[in-house]
Write a protein that binds this ligand. Structure first.
Ligand code: ASP
Ligand code: MG
Length: 866
């Protein structure tokens, strides 16, 4: 018998002519492969939702809703160039009858709902099959109820809820079925059947639960003992994180069943979680593909091969999680407490996901897909539990899981990622004994930042260090249609290597700046359309040539001290006061007077100046820096928002600030927030802006919303840059919502980090195998970021650029301090005394933070000529 391949197409993959053309292409290539394609498809996207609304009597006018569904399918038939469609007419008639019958007194109502829902897929078949036939395929349309028979849940002891689920979320077997194989072997060269649908032993039509076309296809693949199941949708597979939130997430090419199961059950929607159990024991592979990028290799789900070492594959996230903490009332070591508590939850029909226990309390997480929070159900559960324990409910949580093999082997690397929890509470941690997943439950509003950070630290690194690993291209590239393997991004210092080596030979060590990079970074931000002003945060690098370059592109300056203002006055003799914004923090009164005397606008970030020095501000225009209540950034010490930060006026003081300003007779013309740095999530600034715009409603004179800086720069090789188009899109929408507000930004690092490198020469090499040290002429007195923040800087041996790495080394400086380490465990070629070593991304917070510690002069600055 010819082998079968079951190919499932989702709701977006059947909605128009281009999609059907892709289906035809896939069918053709499977025929070429010599297998028999069995196509299982969904209803056109949105149709099941509408049918559900009709069945639930949630549409005001069912007739009108039906007419809309009919129009949608007739329009598709026209788009596909079909003539009369008798099958479609018959299916529409069947649907109309089912809708009319929904209030009949006979039969359980779940069965009538299922009959209505199942029509969506039938309507699609009725249009798609004639089109495929018109393309010359020998297609047999087989109704799914002939192929899949459901298995009602336990007959005895089945609850009413179980019986309802037997119609709306039915289960089937996936054992090989000779009858079904024989039936389809006889059919035409291509078989098409609808997903989502099966037959109950009582003869009625049942559905397999929302998203159940995947499941139908998996059951069928099992019954047919198919060579594989292919699932085609608008996403090419599973990613290292949800790509809509983390655009740098990478496609995963290979997963084993257990890992894929973790990903589907902890949040990803690309594959229904019931598919895997149906195929796992049969070892039938699942291939995921995208109809939008048909040539892209997607995700293959296969039996496990790699064992042993720790391997992280993805970070997944589930929202709407509710935690219930149950504390026993002093009955220590009480027998049966858990059993009683779980009984209550089970009786409410809720399922428990995670559990953690201590001597006196138990915390359980409930998966609240159905708006549990507002439901009477939760109240009832709490009520019943309260009879024997103290109950606390924590709503709106997210469960964030690290998924992979031997996750416990990664625990030691979590340190930096977990720093974020100093600011935000973790409610629960659970490590699955299968060692496949480590889950943190946090407040939902923190989840974005936690996921972003864990992903940046753990997965981007994993993908980088394993070029042959299971990881595919990042989502940003797939979306942009760039699918070849990522080429090494050419950096300016590759091109100017000879000059750099000459500079290092002459000076021993030096910061070297490329002004073209400064200008091009400025222009990138100035090109983000909704941004009206780019104020360069000159604390990042105050070199006169850099200041000149910034000004020449049209940028202004953000200063934090009188010294910085004086530097500008030295460099430019025609600078206007409004090209500067002064943002001091805990500065003495004299600093404010210094700026005000010059007419420079300033930002206040505390009430103290207004309370204690009212005369200074009478009649003045000021901006207020508010603390958004949370912070983010690449390290704890650069988080500048949130409870533990010294910056900004907290929310609860805003009213007082307004009253003070009014009393003094000052005017608030702008609001500002700067909540961290090194941020690569493009939506961050839109969120900040929205928050400020809301606050601005209380300040009639506000016209400026300054969303601060923090624009991240990829510090590791392979990390994609901040997606500025996405940033622009978000800010454009923000502007559209608040057209009267001007948007300002204050980038520092973004402008200069990549424009500068630190060069040093190798002084000594120590150690053979094991721990090897490479010493440089430059150390923490030149670049303190690694010691201070644990910052990562790419380090290369410029003299031996391109030579194969020999082994990991510790790159250290000449300062008498054990923290004088620039890089840990870095791949490095065989090196010699005198080689020139380059430390990348040293243009920001390099020389400005350097010192004469040990009475060693820090590296001097050199600007490259054009
Ligand atoms: N049409 C069904 C739904 O939307 C099944 C599926 O598409 O997987 O839930
Ligand atoms: Mg789906």
């Amino acid at each position: 018998m010819q082998p079968f391949v079951v190919i499932k197409f989702g709701g977006t993959s059947v909605s128009g002519l281009p999609q059907w053309e892709s289906i035809a292409t896939v069918i053709r290539s499977r025929l070429d492969e010599g297998v028999k394609p069995v196509v299982v498809h969904s209803a056109i996207r949105g149709v099941t939702d509408r049918l559900q609304a009709i069945a639930d009597d949630e549409t005001p006018d069912a007739e009108a809703a039906l007419a809309e569904i009919a129009d949608l399918h007739r329009a598709l038939a026209v788009e596909l160039g079909l003539g009369p469609t008798p099958d479609l007419d018959a299916e529409l008639e069947r649907l109309a009858r089912a809708v009319r019958a929904r209030h009949d007194a006979t039969g359980p109502s779940a069965a009538r709902t299922a009959e209505i829902l199942a029509c969506g897929e039938r309507l699609t078949s009725a249009v798609g099959v004639p089109w495929l036939q018109a393309q010359g395929f020998d297609v047999t349309r087989v109704d799914a109820t002939e192929l899949l028979h459901s298995r009602p849940r336990a007959q005895a002891g089945a609850t009413a809820l179980d019986r309802e689920r037997d119609y709306l979320s039915a289960l089937c077997d996936s054992e090989a079925d000779e009858a079904v194989r024989a039936r389809l072997a006889e059919a035409g060269e291509v078989v098409v059947t609808q997903g989502f649908t099966a037959r109950h032993p009582d003869g009625s039509t049942v559905v397999l639960g929302r998203g159940g076309s995947d499941t139908a296809a998996a059951y069928l693949a099992g019954k047919l003992d198919a060579r594989r199941l292919e699932v085609w949708s608008d996403v090419p597979g599973m990613f290292t994180a949800d790509p809509r939130r983390i655009p740098s997430a990478r496609l995963i090419h290979r997963l084993d069943y257990a890992e894929a199961q973790e990903i589907t059950t902890t949040g990803s929607r690309v594959l229904h979680p019931r598919c895997i159990p149906a195929l796992r024991s049969r070892r039938i592979p699942i291939h995921l593909h995208s109809t939008l990028h048909p040539h892209l290799r997607g995700t293959e789900v296969l039996p496990a091969t790699e064992r042993g070492h720790a391997h992280l594959k993805a970070i997944s996230r589930k929202d709407d999680v509710v935690l219930i903490t149950m504390e026993t009332l002093g009955m220590w070591q009480e027998v049966g407490f858990l059993a009683r508590a779980f009984q209550v939850v089970a009786e409410a029909g809720l399922s428990i996901d995670l559990v953690s226990t201590s001597e006196t309390s138990v915390t359980a997480s409930l998966d609240a897909s159905a708006n549990l929070l507002d439901s009477a159900l939760l109240a009832e559960v709490v009520d019943r539990l309260s009879a024997f324990c103290r109950v606390e409910v924590i709503a709106s949580c997210s469960a964030i899981s690290l998924v992979g093999r031997n996750v416990r082997g990664l625990l030691h690397r979590l340190g930096p990622a977990l720093e974020i929890f100093e600011e935000h509470r973790i409610h629960m941690v659970s490590l699955a004994s299968s060692d496949l997943n480590l889950t943190f439950v946090v407040d939902e509003e923190q989840a974005d930042r936690v996921v972003e950070r864990l992903h940046a630290i753990l997965l981007i690194e994993a993908a980088r260090t394993e070029p042959d690993g299971p990881f595919g291209p990042p989502w940003t590239r797939i979306r942009a249609g760039i699918l070849e393997p990522e080429e090494q991004r050419e950096r300016w210092w590759h091109r100017r290597r000879d000059e750099l080596i000459a500079i290092a030979a002459e000076k021993g060590g030096a910061f070297v700046y490329d002004l073209d990079t400064v200008a091009s970074q400025m222009r990138k931000l100035l090109a983000v359309e909704p941004v009206s002003r780019v104020m360069y945060a000159m604390k990042a690098n105050a070199h006169p040539d850099i200041l000149r370059t910034v000004r020449a592109t049209g940028g202004g300056f953000e200063c934090v001290s009188p010294g910085e203002i004086e530097r500008l006055e030295e460099v430019f003799d025609d600078l206007r006061a409004d090209e500067i914004i002064f943002t001091p923090n805990f500065a003495p009164r004299a600093d404010y007077a210094f700026a005000l005397d010059r007419g420079i606008p300033l930002t206040l970030d505390a009430l103290h100046p207004l309370q204690q020095w009212p005369d200074l501000f009478a009649g003045r225009e000021v901006l207020l820096r508010v603390d958004p209540g949370w912070g983010s950034g690449h390290h704890e010490k650069v988080v500048t928002g949130g409870r533990h930060s010294k910056f900004g006026i907290p929310h609860f003081e805003i009213d007082e600030a307004r009253a003070l300003v009014e009393r003094i007779g000052a005017r608030v013309i702008g609001l500002h927030t700067h909540s961290g740095s090194g941020i690569l999530d493009p939506d961050h600034w839109t969120r900040v802006g929205e928050r400020l715009a809301e606050l601005a409603e209380a300040f009639p004179e506000v016209r400026i919303v300054n969303v601060g800086g923090g624009f991240g720069v990829p510090d590791r090789e392979g990390l994609p840059p901040l997606p500025l188009e996405a940033l622009g899109d978000g800010l454009t929408e923000l502007r559209a919502r608040h057209p009267h507000l001007e948007l300002w930004v204050e980038p520092g690092r973004f402008v200069v980090s990549e424009a500068g490198v630190l060069l040093g020469r190798i002084t000594q090499i120590k150690g053979k195998k094991g721990l090897r040290y490479v010493g440089l002429t430059v150390g923490m007195n030149s670049l303190i970021r690694p010691a201070l923040y644990g910052a990562y800087h790419q380090i290369v041996n410029l003299t031996r650029l391109g030579e194969p790495p020999e082994g990991p080394v510790q790159v250290v400086g000449p300062i008498c301090e054990s923290g004088d380490r620039l890089g840990t465990d870095r791949p490095f070629p065989e090196s010699r005394e005198g080689d020139v070593v380059l430390i990348a991304n040293a243009g920001a917070y390099g020389r400005v933070m350097s010192s004469e510690y040990n009475l060693r002069a820090p590296a001097e600055e050199v600007v490259l000529g054009a």
